[in-house]
Design a protein around this ligand. Structure first.
Ligand SMILES: Nc1ncnc2c1ncn2[C@@H]1O[C@H](COP(=O)(O)OP(=O)(O)O)[C@@H](O)[C@H]1O
Ligand SMILES: N[C@@H](CC(=O)OP(=O)(O)O)C(=O)O
Length: 495
């Protein structure tokens, strides 16, 4: 039962809502999270709070990156860099405890927990250095310490503000299939975060931003009413609001569009999150910690399966108000996005093998080096591939060397993928033509074109230096509400 001093606690009669906070939000806006978000929402809901590892100003020097560095140092014989990284993580988290927590009892207990976690981790890395090995599973344990420390702080800050919160580690909730394996939840607010061992390893199977997936699994497991992903932007916009001043906030977006935007540069939400909750028909709402009263963006399925699994139209009114209609006749794409820092590899066959052999050799070479292809365009004797920024970390020279056995290879660096995304573009005859004419009129040279198999994405590759200009002209011409799109006339109207 809640203590007499506790003013805020989870009422078992209220529906579950899962709230996920990113590392920079925990780092910069912990007071907002406690006072303006959790305290407000717990009045109407039972809350689970899922947090990422703390970051300060940027994710670059955040706890997760420092833990990854520490693990790498531990693998260098005689290098005590890991100790320094862990010591700075310890000091930073302890400092937050001093700065944020007034109650002596709560602060002391938090600091003891932080010290305990950091000491354990130091011993773990010391042992790893001695045996000169860190298995994928051990690496997950090291990385997950960031979420644990963050959640310990958040739980203590919530307690300090009169909220009955309890730290729970979800290390054992995942079974092999990534499904919810069950956890007993009662009335408390549970700040959680790291979800333990995953098949393969966390970074290779899920990748960075994995806390979104943890939150999604929690929401699915509890049958939550809503999953809220709290960020430092008001929601998903028609383009990156930092780069396009006239970008508009989208009140709703479909899961397919949100996933496509994430894959192609607008990393607002981890794509696996969508799969999990949409399958369970739980809406995801993206909101701003600095503007909690804003409505945010709801990731809203346009299919017609309701939460209980029966078939019923999915609020056609909301869809219609936002420009989606069930016959997919909307006249606008949804958003434009850019993924920069990509590399284009063009491979011209040396014709020493039949075309399927040519493709097989290319893909087995990429597979050998774990290279992911973001976009591809092919003919029988030519393949153009776009490799993501992460590929630069792989041994690109050896990948290219491997590909040279099948043909000539040329490499274009500093390129960007520009993608126009929209569920309803499928029926917008002429939209691709308009996109490329608009780019041509702005003098943007197109290196490669690809239309996603999903039919909701038209992508092209351009030079990185023109990316922001290109995104702005596309936004002005194709996404601004002021310019209603005039597409080529059709025999049957799609209006
Ligand atoms: N279409 C888009 N809508 C909203 N944000 C976008 C979009 N494309 C790119 N972004 C960028 O994604 C970032 C996401 O928000 P933020 O809270 O800063 O991320 P994180 O939680 O990863 O720290 C913002 O900095 C924003 O500029
Ligand atoms: N801390 C992890 C997990 C995460 O989800 O982070 P964020 O929510 O801050 O993007 C990472 O950087 O990958």
């Amino acid at each position: 039962m809640p203590s007499t001093e506790t003013q805020y606690y989870n009422n078992p009669d209220l529906p579950w809502v899962v709230q996920k906070f990113g590392g920079t939000s925990v780092g910069k806006f912990l007071d907002n999270i406690a006072n303006e978000v959790v305290k407000e929402y717990v009045k109407q809901n039972r809350l689970v709070v899922v947090c990422s590892a703390r970051s300060g100003e940027s994710k670059q020097n955040g706890t997760t990156n420092r833990l990854i560095r520490a693990a790498n140092f531990a693998l260098q014989p005689g290098c005590d860099g890991y100790w320094e990284e862990l010591d700075s993580i310890l000091k930073e988290h302890t400092q937050v405890a001093h700065d944020m927590i007034q109650s002596d009892t709560i602060r002391k207990s938090l600091i003891a927990d932080i010290e305990h976690d950091c000491t354990k981790l130091t011993s773990f890395l010391k042992a790893a250095q001695i045996i000169n090995e860190i298995s994928p599973r051990s690496r997950d344990i090291i990385i997950g310490a960031g979420e644990k420390l963050s959640c310990r702080i958040v739980a203590a800050v919530l307690q300090d503000r009169g909220i009955e919160a309890q730290f729970v580690s979800l290390e054992n909730i995942i079974d092999r299939e990534f499904e919810w394996a069950g956890i007993r939840i009662n009335h408390e607010i549970f700040p959680t975060g790291f979800f333990g061992i995953v098949p393969g390893s966390l970074l290779s199977t899920v990748g960075r931003g994995y806390t979104d997936l943890c939150a999604a699994l929690t929401a699915v497991g509890l049958g939550a009413e809503e999953l809220q992903v709290w960020k430092e932007v008001d929601g998903i916009f028609t383009a990156d609001p930092r780069k396009v001043k006239s970008a508009r906030l989208l009140p709703i977006i479909t899961p397919e569009e949100a996933a496509e935007l994430t894959y192609y540069g607008s990393e607002v939400i981890h794509p696996f999150t969508m799969e999990q909750v949409i399958r369970s028909h739980i809406p995801i709402r993206i909101k701003n910690v600095q503007n909690p009263s804003g409505a945010g963006t709801v990731v809203f399925p346009t299919d017609n399966i309701s939460k209980d699994g029966t078939s019923s139209p999915h609020s056609p009114k909301i869809l219609a108000e936002n420009g989606y209609s069930l016959d997919l006749s909307r006249k606008y794409p949804t958003a434009v996005t850019i993924k920069d820092g990509v590399i284009v590899l063009n491979v011209h066959s040396n014709r020493k093998s039949v075309s399927h052999g040519f493709f097989a050799k290319i893909f087995s070479t990429l597979d050998r080096y774990g290279v992911v292809v973001d976009l591809i365009s092919t003919s029988e004797v030519h393949v153009s591939m776009v490799l993501g920024v992460d590929s630069a970390d792989k041994d690109l020279a050896r990948v290219i060397e491997g590909l040279r056995s099948v043909g000539e290879v040329d490499v274009l660096q500093n390129m960007a993928i520009l993608s126009l995304v929209g569920k309803q573009m499928k029926n917008m005859v002429g939209i691709a033509g308009m996109m490329f004419t608009t780019l041509a009129s702005a003098g943007v040279n197109i290196e490669m074109i690809s239309q996603g198999a999903s039919e909701i994405n038209i992508s092209c590759v351009i030079e990185e230096s023109c990316a922001v200009t290109a995104m702005n002209v596309i936004h002005d011409q194709l996404l601004s509400k002021r310019n209603k799109l005039v597409l080529p006339a059709l025999k049957t109207s799609l209006e």
